[in-house]
Design a protein around this ligand. Structure first.
Ligand code: C5P
Length: 200
């Protein structure tokens, strides 16, 4: 939905470090896909426990197959528990941090000072995704991408542990029809206003 772009805008503006937490789930998936291990709970926990920051630099994590398997592995409470530690440690290393992901404002940092809930139309997301895949040398039909996104959203919203929800204290931002310049300007304005009101 563009949460990565927004996360990076904010982290650059506040000079905070940034973590795309989806990459953690993708990195666990990647370990399965490349080691050809049979998927089991124990193995998933083992991979999750051993994720390192450097693992997240791999561009192949963005591949469709990684995202799809990541979403299935993310249903496991035990995998999530392992990755919670990574996320909380990351944020506590320095003064402040921006994390993006489906459960950041609800589970990982329920007391976060500023929360965004980022949305975009399914059709817009699918088109953006298609272009991203194309840049990575992967071609998928728009219908295929739309269906996969829908399936993934459904799984993320309906899972028992840490489902994707909008917290009542989150700022809802729809970035379907916004140019990068407008997005950049609006996000900084919102963060500036909110940040000042916090009197940190
Ligand atoms: O955001 P991204 O598409 O990279 O995330 C991949 C998958 O990882 C999501 O579909 C979701 O199931 C899972 N995820 C999660 N909680 C997060 C980040 C990602 O469950 N904080």
């Amino acid at each position: 939905s563009g949460k990565g772009t927004i996360g990076k805008i904010i982290s650059k503006y506040l000079k905070f470090q940034y973590l795309d937490t989806g990459l953690l789930y993708r990195a666990v998936a990647y370990k399965f896909l490349t080691s050809k291990s049979i998927i089991s709970s124990d193995k998933a926990i083992f991979f999750a426990k051993n994720i390192e920051l450097e693992d997240l630099d791999n561009p192949e994590l963005r591949f469709e197959r990684c995202g799809n398997l990541a979403s299935k592995l993310a249903e496991s409470d035990k995998v999530r528990q392992e990755l919670i530690l990574f996320q909380r440690n990351f944020a506590h290393k320095k003064v402040g941090a921006v994390l993006d992901g489906r459960d950041i404002g609800s589970v990982i940092f329920p007391d976060a000072k500023i929360k965004f809930f980022v949305t975009a139309d399914l059709a817009v997301r699918a088109q953006r995704r298609k272009e991203q895949y194309k840049k990575m040398g992967q071609e998928y039909s728009l219908t295929d991408i739309t269906n996969k996104l829908e399936q993934r959203d459904k799984r993320d919203k309906n899972r028992k542990v840490s489902p994707l929800i909008c917290m009542p204290d989150a700022i809802v931002y729809d970035n379907s029809e916004v140019s990068f310049e407008k997005l950049n300007k609006e996000i900084i304005e919102i963060v500036e206003k909110k940040y000042k009101s916090l009197k940190l």
